[in-house]
Write a protein that binds this ligand. Structure first.
Ligand code: MTE
Length: 311
């Protein structure tokens, strides 16, 4: 499938930010390749190529994207993670692969990443709380990792877990959600070309508060599917229960597809507040698009499903 720019209708793109960014990348001032390589943090990552097919929309400022976060392991307020995750240790980092696959084991993240090619992709991200951002991610396709793991034909779902380490993650001392944080995707969703395992953003390694060193990005789903700081991946034959579904199944389903027609029981999902330059309650509201605007790439996976029930 060929990717194309689906952004036509919803709002005006700020060309100047877009063009400036392109210039900076060209000049080598920003860009995943240069900065990932020179980042002072521990992981040394292979070069990323820029996938211009994803360069859409006006970017959210790096400051907003890295200071307004949900990461309950580091506190319940949006401003907590940037403070409380400062000393979070992400190196060395291993990822355990388990379940219905041939290539099981515990893999060193840096070695694992060297098997895959990194790309930069700008994705619209839509949070269930009705705000949205546009973020340049650096990552590799989850599909590549899945192929590497050689799943059995009985594997129908991919399950993920975040690190459980209450000494480092103070939020885990409380019972806000069942720990460790858990997520899952159906195999076709996991294999979809949009599904990214992110290791960087804004041309740098992922900041701790955004899910370092490895997180999931599924841009047609609400943000809570984007599980952070992943340590475990397991292939299952049955649909797993994710953390939010475990607490409030009537509010948070397994699929979590962005859908303006299916409201959250406590608020509408028809519009969103796009956080671009800086965060403000006065940011204009825009209409939320079905599958966050990615219908061309994902709608076929949900044909025949009642999305009011399978939300
Ligand atoms: N992953 C873990 N481990 N813990 C969390 O609390 N919050 C989720 C998701 N991944 C969360 C998580 C929610 S609710 C959202 S909206 C996104 O991360 C937020 O990602 P961001 O802070 O990078 O914008």
């Amino acid at each position: 499938m060929k990717f194309k720019n689906t952004h036509k209708d919803s709002q005006t793109t700020d060309e100047s930010i877009y063009v400036n960014r392109r210039k900076l990348i060209k000049a080598g001032i920003i860009g995943s390749a240069s900065l990932l390589a020179s980042n002072s943090m521990a992981l040394s990552l292979p070069k990323a190529t820029e996938n211009s097919e994803f360069l859409i929309d006006e970017l959210t400022s790096e400051k907003d994207a890295t200071t307004y976060n949900n990461f309950y392991e580091f506190g319940l307020s949006k401003s907590d993670p940037v403070e409380n995750a400062k000393d979070f240790k992400t190196e060395p980092w291993t990822v355990e692969v388990d379940g219905l696959c041939e290539n099981k084991g515990t893999f060193d993240l840096e070695k694992l990443i060297s098997n895959f090619s990194l790309e930069e992709r700008i994705y619209r991200m839509r949070c269930v709380e009705a705000w949205s951002m546009v973020i340049p991610w650096t990552g590799f396709k989850l599909a590549d990792l899945i192929k590497y793991c050689k799943p059995l034909s009985s594997a129908k779902y991919v399950y993920f877990e975040t690190l459980y380490d209450p000494k480092q993650m103070p939020g885990q001392k409380g019972r806000s959600i069942p720990w460790p944080y858990r997520e899952g995707l159906r195999m076709d969703e996991a294999m979809n070309e949009l599904t990214l395992m992110a290791v960087g953003m804004y041309g740098k390694q992922l900041p701790n508060q955004n899910g370092a060193p490895l997180r999931l990005v599924t841009p047609w789903k609400y943000g809570f599917k984007g599980i952070k700081s992943i340590v475990k991946i397991k292939f299952l034959d049955k649909q797993p229960i994710n953390s939010w579904q475990a607490i409030a199944p009537q509010e948070y389903g397994f699929y979590a597809n962005v859908n303006p027609e299916v409201d959250h029981p406590r608020w509408s999902q028809a519009t969103e507040r796009r956080i671009t330059g800086g965060f403000s309650l006065f940011n204009s509201r825009i209409k939320t698009q079905m599958f966050n605007g990615y219908s061309d790439y994902v709608a076929s996976m949900y044909k025949g499903m009642d999305l009011t029930k399978l939300y």
